[in-house]
Design a protein around this ligand. Structure first.
Ligand SMILES: C[S@@+](CC[C@H](N)C(=O)[O-])C[C@H]1O[C@@H](n2cnc3c(N)ncnc32)[C@H](O)[C@@H]1O
Length: 359
């Protein structure tokens, strides 16, 4: 009886998230409710800072954040709602594309609540999806296993695997891969390394979520933009650019399943501890009046699936990131951009005074 009422609640949660008409407040309420229910079942308490340094796993591909911190990701409400809608639509497209037979789904970095998939499962019959949940933390998988039991999803035959997803080899080609192991500007967590390993295992015609993650370098006044976004929850980049309040400098990365597959060929080793570097290219700095008054920012934009996107300021993982390691910029200079893969993945920028055009 208790299990039945929890499944009903999952359906309510899914309905609300997928309806497209729910207010932000209502979305918060249902996600908080899901989080509380998961905590009551598993004992994992969502917390941004719970003993984080002690419980994070420092893997060769980046930081696998502690289960409590991974659970807390649910409170990045817009992120969570957009990803869940995207997963729902991707499953529908995948099931049509690969009909008949179960859709093979791999969810890497599921965390302790498998937040991006579990709330949707009530809508599928056993046998319609063949699901593998994967995480580097045993505690997260134990948590997910108890949720599967408590929600009455045992008949779905979900497999939970403890593995480093940057090395993991799946036994058959997944038709849908879901990966959200990232922070803004693709720093610290191993989204790039996981995408490089998993995208090449995707079935032909398969779907990889997010479909695209773009990081762009630009100049802007972050405090002003942030205040404007807080106030109205909209920001029109086209208008900001037209008014000279933003200056796009260039796209540094576009991470898709296709680009991820070709990145290994561009890796070059640096240092002795297994770190490698991907050269992203050179950005020329234009002459901009009062350039020293701007922040130099990395903008992250995510197309999770189709129209389900996260743009500047809309989530923690698409907040602009300040580039603090650059000297003040001057027009006519160039910046060399690279992506460092390893224990602390991140974009690195280096000012280069050489004249760059035409060579
Ligand atoms: C940002 S949390 C996201 C949790 C959940 N998917 C969500 O969206 O709410 C990232 C998760 O990925 C896992 N993770 C990070 N690196 C990993 C790796 N190399 N292999 C497997 N899991 C990893 C972490 O342990 C953590 O649970």
């Amino acid at each position: 009886m208790v299990e039945y009422s929890i499944v009903m609640t999952l359906e309510t949660i899914a309905e609300c998230l997928l309806s497209g008409t729910a207010s932000q407040q209502r979305i918060r309420e249902v996600l908080d409710d899901y989080s509380r229910r998961c905590t009551a079942i598993t004992g994992v308490v969502a917390s941004a800072s719970f003993d984080a340094w002690a419980c994070d796993a420092h893997l060769h591909s980046g930081v696998a954040i502690a289960p409590q911190a991974a659970a807390h990701c649910i409170s990045d409400y817009r992120r969570t709602a957009v990803f869940i809608r995207a997963v729902h639509e991707a499953i529908a497209v995948g099931r049509r594309r690969f009909h008949p037979g179960p859709l093979r789904v791999l969810y890497a970095g599921c965390g302790p609540f498998a937040t991006l998939l579990l709330p949707l499962l009530g809508a599928y019959r056993p046998g319609e999806l063949e699901i593998v949940l994967l995480d580097a933390h045993r505690e997260s998988l134990e948590s997910v296993e108890s949720l599967i039991g408590a929600f009455g999803f045992e008949a779905h035959g979900i497999r939970c695997i403890e593995a480093d997803a940057s090395l993991y080899q799946h036994s058959s080609a997944p038709q849908l891969i879901i990966v959200e192991t990232m922070q803004k500007a693709l720093e610290q967590e191993p989204q790039v390394a996981l995408s490089m390993n998993l995208a090449r295992q995707l079935c032909d015609g398969g779907i990889f979520l997010p479909q695209s993650i773009e990081v762009e370098l630009g100049l802007a006044h972050m405090a002003d933009e942030s205040a404007a976004y807080e106030h109205s929850h909209v920001l029109d980049p086209v208008q900001l650019i037209a008014q000279g309040r933003r200056v796009p400098l260039g796209r540094l990365m576009e991470l898709t399943a296709l680009s991820a597959k070709s990145l290994s060929a561009r890796e070059r080793p640096v240092g002795a501890d297994g770190e490698t570097l991907l050269e992203l290219g050179r950005i020329d700095i234009p002459t901009v009046p009062d350039i020293e008054t701007y922040d130099v920012l990395l903008f992250t934009r995510i197309q999770v699936f189709g129209e389900h996107c996260l743009n500047d300021y809309e989530s923690e993982i698409t907040l602009p990131a300040r580039c603090l390691d650059l000297p003040p910029l001057r027009g006519g200079e160039s910046i060399l951009a690279s992506y460092q893969l390893g224990g602390y993945p991140r974009i690195t920028l280096q000012a280069s005074s050489g004249v760059s055009s035409g060579d």
